[in-house]
Design a protein around this ligand. Structure first.
Ligand code: FAD
Length: 435
């Protein structure tokens, strides 16, 4: 099983490309303390958190480490959640929202530490991201910036439209803001790097090891039997970290997470043409519900992400769809070619917050990070690892965000209709505000 063709596979670090840090497929029976199902960043972060705390663990990945959303995303790393932070503050009250946001800040710092010394093949050299407003609503955006700085201690800087349009040569954008504490990375190299860290500390990681069944073993102490085609792991704890790829492995968890597709395009090298559109080194996202997010990578190429959908077109079709999206923002780039486009599934909960917790003693879940999974998977892995290793109760801060039903089997259809409604709402706002 190989990785799908993407920027990430094409730029895998030679050491990781030659030898990923896994133990191949599980064969035979193993006993351990913790068995983690899923080798995306949620599973890998949990394994690393456990290994750092001296707890033996085995991770089982159906395909390759980082094969899912974690190794094919936009690579934008910043604090917060899929749910808007100000909405959280309104809903939970500022102190609780600040605690949650603070956990993502700790995770951000942890990512920086884990990257340290390996920046060259993981991290984009310039930090900071721009959010560009699709709507002519400077007062609303200033209010957002002020509130984020006041409540969450962010250091967002408002950029007036002249500055935005100087840096991004499109009439689509109005004002914006700069978020200095944000980085972008090669997420597959990061996933494999952290997997190697976990393995060096004693974690066992198996690829090509799809879990087919999990059974409780009755006895004096609760244990779990986790089965793959060729082996079994018996463990005191089991952690589900399969997110948008969970399928029907666990009914209750599966009914609570909706796989949502989103896509990315890598353009050909743009050379001097890039400057006709983009004159700033930061990552960019606009502020629509289904926004575009992009950054410059490699040889003056654009990594252009966007759209949310329940459907997954072919890579060839995606190349055209995403290129047309790019040209609708930067028509001056007409004629450029896309090199490769791909998509992946994010796991979304009904409340757009991560789902972290325990169903029965020793039966843990760490899933549904939505479109904001780089920092939150690291946070989720740490919280679950600390809960297992030292009974740390911090994961209970997420107890309000339960396993709400996402409406399967009609969920995908309902969600698709909801997305179209959000897109119409964006178009309506743009018509009302933009003159
Ligand atoms: C195209 C795209 C762009 C994105 N851009 C960004 C971004 O710029 N910034 C950001 O913060 N987030 C982004 N996200 C979201 C982010 O990538 C995810 O939220 C995050 O990677 C989820 O990690 P995970 O470990 O929970 O799931 P995944 O990375 O999807 O991993 C789940 C793993 O579980 C495995 N699995 C499933 N079933 C089994 C089984 N039965 N047995 C064993 N293994 C199993 C799968 O093979 C898979 O490898 C993006 C997502 C996509 C798809």
């Amino acid at each position: 099983m190989s990785y799908i063709d993407s920027y990430y596979r094409r730029t895998m670090h030679p050491a990781t490309a030659a030898q990923t840090p896994s133990d191949d497929a599980l064969q035979g029976d193993l006993d351990t303390s913790v068995c983690i199902i899923g080798g995306g960043l949620a599973g890998i972060s949990t394994a690393l958190g456990l290994a750092e705390r001296g707890i033996p663990c085995v991770l089982l990945e159906a395909k390759r480490l980082g094969w899912g959303a974690s190794g094919r995303n936009g690579g934008f790393v910043s604090c917060g959640f899929s749910q808007n932070a100000l909405t959280l503050a309104k809903k939970l009250g500022e102190p609780h929202a600040q605690q949650l946001y603070g956990l993502t800040r700790q995770a951000y710092k942890l990512i920086e530490q884990r990257i340290s010394g390996h920046e060259a093949h993981i991290k984009d050299p310039v930090e900071g991201n721009i959010t560009a407003s699709w709507f002519d609503n400077a007062a609303g955006l200033r209010h957002y910036v002020d509130e984020m700085n006041r409540i969450f201690g962010e250091d967002l800087v408002f950029w007036p439209r002249e500055k935005i349009r100087e840096s991004y040569r499109t009439q689509r954008y109005f004002d914006g803001y700069f978020k200095p504490r944000a980085l972008r990375f090669q997420s597959l190299n990061y996933a494999l790097h952290t997997a190697a860290m976990a393995r060096n500390l004693g974690a066992s990681l198996f690829e090509d090891s799809r879990v087919t069944q999990v059974n409780a073993i009755s006895g004096a102490t609760q244990r779990w039997q986790v089965k793959t085609a060729q082996g079994t792991v018996r463990a005191r704890h089991v952690v589900y970290a399969c997110s948008g790829y969970l399928d029907s492995l666990h009914g209750k968890l599966s009914r609570a997470t909706l796989p949502v597709a989103t896509y990315v395009l890598l353009t050909e090298p743009l050379g001097a043409r890039l400057e006709t559109a983009i004159r700033s080194p930061y990552g960019v996202a606009d502020n629509r519900f289904s926004s575009n997010y992009y950054r410059v990578v490699g040889d003056q190429q654009l990594l252009w992400g966007g759209r949310v959908s329940m459907f997954h077109p072919s890579q060839e079709k995606l190349r055209t769809i995403m290129r047309n999206d790019l040209l609708s923002v930067y028509p001056q780039l007409e004629g450029i070619q896309g090199e490769v486009a791909w998509g992946g599934y994010m796991g979304y909960s009904a409340h757009k917050m991560p789902q972290l917790g325990q169903l029965k003693p020793g039966e843990w879940f760490c899933q549904s990070f939505g479109g904001h999974g780089m920092v939150t998977t690291t946070m989720g892995g740490e919280l679950i690892a600390a809960a297992i290793a030292t009974d740390d109760p911090q994961y209970l801060l997420f107890a309000d965000f339960g396993l709400d039903y996402v409406g399967k089997p009609f969920g995908p259809v309902i969600a698709q209709i909801a997305y179209w409604a959000y897109q119409l709402q964006d178009a309506f706002h743009a018509r009302r505000l933009n003159h």
